[in-house]
Write a protein that binds this ligand. Structure first.
Ligand SMILES: [Ca+2]
Ligand SMILES: [Ca+2]
Length: 84
């Protein structure tokens, strides 16, 4: 499994993935069951803290906006290792 940010597994990382992560955060924050399976969860937990929240979603949006303005073909993990 890859930590990609691609929660719906359509091969691209974009605002749809980020909004699904915010929906997931809203569910779990209010005590509802997760709607993500384990593959989606792993892909979405960008900062590796064991939960999906607004930090992960904002990282996906940062990565998405970077990709849309650069030709670099880097993974989201490489992007945040670079950004740290
Ligand atoms: Ca996607
Ligand atoms: Ca997280």
């Amino acid at each position: 499994m890859d930590k990609t940010g691609d929660t719906n597994n359509d091969g691209t990382v974009n605002s749809i993935d980020a909004s699904s992560m915010l929906s997931e955060y809203a569910r779990t924050a209010t005590g509802k069951d997760s709607s993500f399976n384990i593959v989606q969860f792993y892909a979405a937990d960008i900062d590796n803290n064991g939960k999906i929240d607004s930090v992960d979603a904002s990282r996906v949006l940062s990565y998405y906006s970077f990709l849309s303005t650069h030709d670099d073909d880097i993974t989201i993990e490489e992007f945040f290792n670079m950004a740290q």
